[in-house]
Design a protein around this ligand. Structure first.
Ligand SMILES: [Zn+2]
Length: 356
């Protein structure tokens, strides 16, 4: 935190070159400053002198407010257990549009895995005076290596100015590298946008890496191991050696966030502002889950009855197929209902226009 403290001291010493008054309201996010006393515009000394840690990279917003609205509708319509009356009742809190300070970490990992792989041995036995072939399953040890690269972004801020849900989401995400530019405050569009929140980093890069980054990369390495290891297995163990090549590149990352309400409960939707990732927390209807489960269970009981009471494999297979198809049809009908409800609730949206 020493950098921030010394920068704060330097801030107090910045005098307007025109009238000599102290200017204290400085941020590293504007290329120039206007003196509040004489209105002289001068170059921002933070940028010129690099007297505090400036962002090194910035990801500009490409998702507009309208895009964000459309994304919420799409995400809700895709939520298969969404209560069907949600669109009649939903209300939104005010939108939050923010640049969050994040650190980029990139590098590669070397992981090793081991597990017990299941395999079948064909055996023969006598049954009703006939030779019958059957399979016996056994386990054998298997192991291997997995390699990969990573580039992630971890939130470098903790505080009261953004919702906790947004802080949790941004604690570690994949870096949309292609959308990232060398830092230039003019890319952030701060001059024309009054509602935009821009926060400075207040956490230490090493601490962030050990709290969130390492764990996120270890999980990626474990997933890669899971893809490589035999699918029919038990006791998968993995370990990863992580090599950091870029250690905490200070990057400004754009986010949209909104709370919404349904039945007096609060939920939320988040989109990274270049569109690389999003997250919806939404209410889940137990009635819908139970009905889907009931449809499947009904047909599976009929399939079991056909198999065990009548030894009719064909009919059993047909009922089992109906269990699968029934849930698909049920989900399809519900999606049609959600689409219709969304079109009624948001008649002016592109979503409604494209579904009418
Ligand atoms: Zn002045």
């Amino acid at each position: 935190m020493s950098e921030t403290t010394s920068a704060a001291l330097k801030l107090q010493q910045f005098k307007c070159p025109s009238c000599g008054q102290n200017i204290t309201q400085l941020t590293p996010f504007k290329a120039s400053v206007e003196c509040p006393y004489c209105h002289q515009v001068s170059l921002n000394p933070l940028i010129v002198n690099k007297s505090m840690r400036l962002p090194e990279r910035v990801i500009p917003f490409t998702v507009t407010q309208d895009d964000f609205g459309e994304q919420i509708i799409e995400a809700l319509v895709d939520e298969k257990n969404l209560p069907l009356d949600l669109f009649n009742q939903i209300t939104f809190d005010s939108l939050i549009k923010a640049y969050l300070p994040m650190y980029e970490y990139s590098g590669n990992f070397e992981a090793t895995w081991s597990c017990d792989e299941r395999y079948a041995v064909e055996k023969q036995r006598m049954r009703n005076n006939q030779v019958e072939t059957y399979k016996e399953y056994k386990y054998r040890p298997a192991h291997g290596d997995a390699y990969g690269n990573f580039s992630i972004l971890c939130l470098a801020y903790s505080g009261e100015d953004v919702p906790q849900e947004l802080q949790d989401f941004a604690s570690a995400i994949d870096n949309p590298g292609a959308s990232s530019y060398e830092y230039d405050p003019s890319l952030m569009g701060l001059d024309e946008d009054q509602q935009l929140i821009t926060l400075e980093m207040n956490l230490d890069p090493r601490k962030i890496w050990s709290t969130f980054g390492r764990q996120y990369v270890e999980q990626k390495a474990a997933e890669e191991c899971g893809r490589q290891a035999p699918s029919d297995r038990k006791n998968l163990r993995t370990s990863a050696k992580i090599d950091l090549t870029a250690d905490g590149v200070y990057t400004m990352v754009p986010f949209w966030f909104v709370y919404f309400f349904y039945n007096q409960e609060r939920w939320h939707f988040i989109t990274e502002g270049s569109g690389s990732c999003q997250y919806l927390s939404a209410p889940q209807s137990n009635a819908i889950k139970f009905t889907r489960w009931g449809i499947a269970a009904l047909f599976l009981i009929l399939a079991a009855a056909a198999l065990f009471l009548m030894s009719d494999i064909i009919t059993a297979a047909v009922f089992a197929g109906c269990a699968w198809l029934g849930t698909k049809v049920y989900d399809f009908i519900n999606k049609k209902k959600r689409i219709a409800a969304a079109c009624r609730a948001f008649p002016e949206s592109n979503f409604a226009k494209s579904h009418s």
